[in-house]
Design a protein around this ligand. Structure first.
Ligand code: 5GP
Length: 147
């Protein structure tokens, strides 16, 4: 094993979202994790789950950070299946280092709620903020309803 990552950049975009220095549509948080909407959604409802503590990606994350994120991934995913939100399945994505597809260097898991017959949009396309806001409200309500 030889992994020597770049030092964690405290000014990465997700660190700024955590500090509320830039806006985001938050849908859930607990003591250890935050979930907010991706602004370039591959599908409607595309969310990101991040730990509240710093790490670059899955490779340097602690077992506690990984466990906390996956616990939140599962909780949010289960809340979206079926009514009232209406997802039929969940795609989970996670990228590490540039060659692995990572673009923001704070660990994150992509949750993509899937519906029968849908397909992923191309990456890096700015979403419609009104649609993203409306999705965030529906998702927040579904998480609250699931308890
Ligand atoms: P990665 O390729 O690193 O796994 O994905 C980074 C994700 O962050 C992309 O899906 C991208 O759309 C999303 N993203 C980039 N900048 C911002 C931002 O300023 N706000 C939000 N909410 N998402 C962002």
């Amino acid at each position: 094993m030889d992994y020597s990552p770049e030092p964690y950049d405290t000014d990465n975009i997700f660190a700024k979202i955590l500090r509320e220095e830039i806006p985001s549509f938050r849908v859930f948080e607990d003591a250890d994790t935050l979930v907010f909407m991706d602004i370039m959604p591959r599908v409607d409802g595309h969310m990101l789950v991040i730990p509240k503590t710093p790490c670059r990606n899955m490779l340097d994350a602690s077992a506690d950070q990984l466990a906390a994120c996956l616990k939140t991934v599962q909780k949010v995913s289960l809340a979206l299946l079926g009514a009232p939100y209406g997802a039929d399945g969940i795609t989970l994505q996670q990228f590490n280092e540039p060659e692995g597809g990572q673009e923001v260097y704070h660990l994150h898991f992509h949750i993509l709620p899937r519906r029968e017959g849908d397909s992923l949009r191309p990456p890096r396309q700015q979403g419609d903020m009104e649609v993203i806001k409306a999705e965030s409200e529906r998702i927040r309500a579904a998480i609250e309803a699931a308890g």
